[in-house]
Ligand binder design. Sequence first.
Ligand code: ZN
Length: 181
Amino acid sequence: MCKRCSWVNLKNEKYIKYHDEEWGRLLTEDDRLYELLILESFQAGLSWECILNKREHFREAFDNFDIDKVSTYGEAKIAELMENPLIIRNRLKIKAAIKNSRIFKEIVKECGSFYGYLRSFAPEIIYEDFTERTTSPLSDAISADLKKRGMSFVGSTIIYSYLQSMGIINGHSEDCMCYRR
Ligand SMILES: [Zn+2]
Protein backbone atom coordinates (compact mmCIF):
# COMPACT_ATOMS: atom_id res chain seq x y z
CA MET A 1 0.00 0.00 0.00
CA CYS A 2 1.18 3.52 -0.80
CA LYS A 3 2.11 5.53 2.27
CA ARG A 4 1.04 9.14 2.64
CA CYS A 5 1.68 11.98 5.10
CA SER A 6 -0.07 11.10 8.35
CA TRP A 7 -2.38 14.16 8.31
CA VAL A 8 -4.30 12.95 5.25
CA ASN A 9 -7.83 11.76 6.06
CA LEU A 10 -7.92 8.57 4.00
CA LYS A 11 -11.70 8.51 4.16
CA ASN A 12 -11.94 11.72 2.13
CA GLU A 13 -11.25 11.24 -1.60
CA LYS A 14 -10.90 15.01 -2.11
CA TYR A 15 -8.27 15.22 0.59
CA ILE A 16 -6.30 12.25 -0.79
CA LYS A 17 -6.36 13.76 -4.27
CA TYR A 18 -5.30 17.15 -2.88
CA HIS A 19 -2.36 15.58 -1.05
CA ASP A 20 -1.27 13.46 -4.03
CA GLU A 21 -1.71 15.97 -6.83
CA GLU A 22 -1.55 19.48 -5.36
CA TRP A 23 0.08 19.78 -1.94
CA GLY A 24 3.75 20.75 -2.28
CA ARG A 25 3.65 20.91 -6.10
CA LEU A 26 4.88 24.25 -7.35
CA LEU A 27 2.12 26.71 -8.21
CA THR A 28 3.23 29.77 -10.19
CA GLU A 29 0.15 31.36 -11.80
CA ASP A 30 -1.14 34.55 -10.18
CA ASP A 31 -4.82 33.59 -10.28
CA ARG A 32 -4.19 30.23 -8.63
CA LEU A 33 -1.82 31.74 -6.06
CA TYR A 34 -4.46 34.32 -5.25
CA GLU A 35 -7.14 31.65 -4.90
CA LEU A 36 -4.97 29.61 -2.57
CA LEU A 37 -4.08 32.64 -0.45
CA ILE A 38 -7.75 33.48 0.02
CA LEU A 39 -8.74 29.89 0.79
CA GLU A 40 -5.92 29.70 3.35
CA SER A 41 -7.15 32.94 4.93
CA PHE A 42 -10.66 31.50 5.18
CA GLN A 43 -9.13 28.49 6.91
CA ALA A 44 -8.11 30.56 9.98
CA GLY A 45 -9.69 28.82 12.98
CA LEU A 46 -11.07 25.97 10.82
CA SER A 47 -9.59 22.88 9.18
CA TRP A 48 -8.17 22.77 5.68
CA GLU A 49 -10.39 19.77 5.02
CA CYS A 50 -13.44 21.91 5.68
CA ILE A 51 -12.24 24.53 3.17
CA LEU A 52 -11.30 21.89 0.60
CA ASN A 53 -14.77 20.37 0.78
CA LYS A 54 -16.21 23.79 -0.03
CA ARG A 55 -13.65 24.83 -2.63
CA GLU A 56 -15.89 24.41 -5.67
CA HIS A 57 -18.56 26.52 -3.97
CA PHE A 58 -15.98 29.18 -3.16
CA ARG A 59 -14.86 29.24 -6.79
CA GLU A 60 -18.43 29.70 -7.95
CA ALA A 61 -19.18 32.40 -5.37
CA PHE A 62 -15.96 34.35 -6.04
CA ASP A 63 -16.02 34.43 -9.89
CA ASN A 64 -13.42 31.65 -10.04
CA PHE A 65 -11.08 33.93 -8.05
CA ASP A 66 -10.60 36.33 -10.92
CA ILE A 67 -8.48 38.97 -9.14
CA ASP A 68 -9.77 41.83 -11.28
CA LYS A 69 -13.38 40.91 -10.56
CA VAL A 70 -12.94 40.30 -6.84
CA SER A 71 -11.08 43.58 -6.39
CA THR A 72 -14.20 45.47 -7.54
CA TYR A 73 -16.62 43.79 -5.09
CA GLY A 74 -18.69 46.29 -3.09
CA GLU A 75 -21.30 46.12 -0.34
CA ALA A 76 -23.97 44.45 -2.53
CA LYS A 77 -21.65 41.58 -3.38
CA ILE A 78 -20.56 41.26 0.27
CA ALA A 79 -24.23 40.99 1.27
CA GLU A 80 -24.76 38.32 -1.40
CA LEU A 81 -21.77 36.31 -0.15
CA MET A 82 -23.02 36.59 3.44
CA GLU A 83 -26.26 34.93 2.26
CA ASN A 84 -24.45 31.99 0.64
CA PRO A 85 -24.69 28.95 2.95
CA LEU A 86 -22.21 26.96 0.83
CA ILE A 87 -19.16 29.06 1.76
CA ILE A 88 -17.74 30.35 5.08
CA ARG A 89 -19.93 33.32 5.93
CA ASN A 90 -17.50 35.45 7.86
CA ARG A 91 -17.77 39.13 7.11
CA LEU A 92 -14.22 39.96 8.21
CA LYS A 93 -12.75 37.21 6.03
CA ILE A 94 -14.86 38.20 3.03
CA LYS A 95 -13.82 41.84 3.39
CA ALA A 96 -10.19 40.77 3.80
CA ALA A 97 -10.41 38.71 0.58
CA ILE A 98 -11.46 41.82 -1.33
CA LYS A 99 -8.89 44.12 0.29
CA ASN A 100 -6.17 41.51 -0.14
CA SER A 101 -6.97 41.20 -3.86
CA ARG A 102 -6.16 44.89 -4.33
CA ILE A 103 -2.85 44.53 -2.49
CA PHE A 104 -2.10 41.32 -4.39
CA LYS A 105 -2.50 43.25 -7.65
CA GLU A 106 -0.12 45.95 -6.43
CA ILE A 107 2.48 43.30 -5.62
CA VAL A 108 2.09 41.74 -9.09
CA LYS A 109 2.58 45.18 -10.62
CA GLU A 110 5.65 45.81 -8.51
CA CYS A 111 7.31 42.38 -8.80
CA GLY A 112 6.03 41.10 -12.15
CA SER A 113 4.23 38.17 -10.55
CA PHE A 114 3.21 37.01 -7.10
CA TYR A 115 5.39 33.97 -7.57
CA GLY A 116 8.35 36.27 -8.24
CA TYR A 117 7.51 38.16 -5.06
CA LEU A 118 7.49 34.94 -3.02
CA ARG A 119 10.70 33.68 -4.61
CA SER A 120 12.46 36.93 -3.71
CA PHE A 121 12.20 35.69 -0.10
CA ALA A 122 13.07 32.08 -0.94
CA PRO A 123 15.47 31.55 -3.86
CA GLU A 124 15.54 27.76 -3.22
CA ILE A 125 12.78 25.22 -2.64
CA ILE A 126 12.87 24.28 1.02
CA TYR A 127 12.46 20.65 2.07
CA GLU A 128 11.36 20.44 5.68
CA ASP A 129 9.17 17.67 6.93
CA PHE A 130 8.84 18.80 10.54
CA THR A 131 5.25 17.90 11.22
CA GLU A 132 5.23 19.81 14.51
CA ARG A 133 6.20 23.04 12.78
CA THR A 134 3.50 25.63 12.01
CA THR A 135 5.67 28.70 11.29
CA SER A 136 9.25 29.37 10.17
CA PRO A 137 11.55 32.40 9.77
CA LEU A 138 10.45 32.46 6.08
CA SER A 139 6.74 32.51 6.85
CA ASP A 140 7.39 35.11 9.57
CA ALA A 141 9.14 37.37 7.04
CA ILE A 142 6.51 37.05 4.28
CA SER A 143 3.66 37.42 6.77
CA ALA A 144 5.21 40.58 8.22
CA ASP A 145 5.70 42.08 4.76
CA LEU A 146 2.13 41.28 3.63
CA LYS A 147 0.75 42.80 6.83
CA LYS A 148 2.90 45.88 6.36
CA ARG A 149 1.36 46.23 2.89
CA GLY A 150 -2.09 46.10 4.49
CA MET A 151 -3.25 42.50 4.04
CA SER A 152 -5.32 40.76 6.74
CA PHE A 153 -5.65 37.09 7.72
CA VAL A 154 -2.06 36.47 6.61
CA GLY A 155 -0.49 35.46 9.95
CA SER A 156 2.66 33.38 9.92
CA THR A 157 0.77 30.08 10.45
CA ILE A 158 -1.48 30.79 7.46
CA ILE A 159 1.54 31.73 5.33
CA TYR A 160 3.47 28.65 6.39
CA SER A 161 0.54 26.48 5.36
CA TYR A 162 0.29 28.48 2.11
CA LEU A 163 3.97 27.98 1.26
CA GLN A 164 3.66 24.25 1.90
CA SER A 165 0.64 24.00 -0.34
CA MET A 166 2.06 26.08 -3.22
CA GLY A 167 5.35 24.23 -3.03
CA ILE A 168 8.08 26.67 -1.97
CA ILE A 169 8.19 24.63 1.22
CA ASN A 170 7.93 20.91 0.48
CA GLY A 171 6.70 19.24 3.64
CA HIS A 172 5.98 15.65 2.59
CA SER A 173 7.24 13.31 5.30
CA GLU A 174 10.07 10.88 4.69
CA ASP A 175 7.79 7.83 4.58
CA CYS A 176 5.33 9.48 2.16
CA MET A 177 5.25 8.34 -1.47
CA CYS A 178 5.47 12.04 -2.48
CA TYR A 179 8.64 12.66 -0.44
CA ARG A 180 10.99 14.95 -2.41
CA ARG A 181 9.02 14.46 -5.56
ZN1 ZN B 1 2.88 13.48 1.68
